[in-house]
Design a binder for this molecule. Sequence first.
Ligand SMILES: [Zn+2]
Length: 457
Amino acid sequence: MSENICSICYEKFEDGYFDKEQSKCIFHCEKNRWNDELIKNFWIILQKNLKHFIVNDTKIEFNHIVFPKFEDDIKLNILCKETNSKDKLIDTANKFIFFNHCTFLDKFEFNFIESSGSLIFDKYCKFKSEQSFEKEKINFEIIFKKTEFENGLFFKEVEFEKKISFYDCKIKSVGFLDCIFYKKFYFDINDRKVINNFNLRFCTFDERVTFIGNKINSLELINNFFNSNISLIALKINSINFINNSFAFNLNFNNIANLDSIKLKSNNVANRETARTIKNSFEQQNNIIEANKFYAIEMQKMEEELKKADKVKISEWLIFKIHGLTSNHSQDWLLALFWILSLSFGLAFVNCVNEYLDTKLEYMIIDTLVYFLIIILSIFIVQKEKINNFYLIGLFYLIYGFTTKDFTLYNIVNNINPFSIMTEFSELTLLTLVYKVTIAYLIYQLIISIRQNTRRK
Ligand SMILES: [Zn+2]
């Protein structure tokens, strides 16, 4: 009869504790179609063989083990004491307990370990099912390193007495609700592994919180207390929501916006408070350019709020709308310039057409309508941000140039100054008057926007 030697650990096992098909022992075999009895056996045999896992006085190591469901009454320190009672009493206090290349088919139980040391999941451990922990007090350090969570990881009302860290893990969603962190929180997932959701709600952090190099689609921080520093380093975030958090120290967003500021647009900032929080953070660091970007987003959010308000204050909303459309709330001088040029081309075009055609009222009405149609079209294009505004200006220039033959823009230059003194009697049509007032407003916006972009505190 051949012996049952496990292909992973090379130990000899009795028939009952050996899977002949896989030629792996009860610890290392894949546990498909396992029943309660087999699970019970697993824990009994683990207890009997525990000495194999104790490396030295400070280290216990579980390698390549496929863990089934955890039994409630099995505790690692009891196991240690019982197995070693004859020679030396080993308890798990201050021990490093390593899980290397282990697979957890069911939920992991922190109760399993009563230790004040460290629990380290390393070298491609895998959690097959969702890990959610509730109402626990964890008094050992936890390190997840190169660990994969096939489903989410959630903690609710959990107290972490020691540091918790994540390094280079693969994880889709993480959530902490109503948790207390007495020591540091460290989250360092490299950005090739995208995290869909990261939620922190009603949590308290007593020590430093660090996020490094993560790529998070949606980051949500709601009602948290950060009693120490929070560092967000080289983060890539697509959407961000900060509400009602209390920060003992300034937040530093420098590293978020620098990486992904192009993507971090109004749609991705959840609300006005988030934009304001980020703006304030930049202002405190004298990063005025970034602060201005988030000021613009804050104003856009204000505009959205006014639109959604029960009693829509149309006049207030209109002011925000026009302000946003013409200069992105005094942030975008190019946008103001775009409007000045495009309105001027439009008017000069209409004037030119009027010269060729009759000055009959019908024609006047028609080309005024055409003019407004072009404006509405421009608004639409600016809002969609589909094409660069300056291609549009180029197009307007060509249309204008070819129809009027005024390639040197003589008419435009002479019309554009709203404060020009009319020395002789010249007609001032209603359209020209509206144009002049609008241009005056746009020039004001242009100056303010340039000033905003260069101002220093
Ligand atoms: Zn084995």
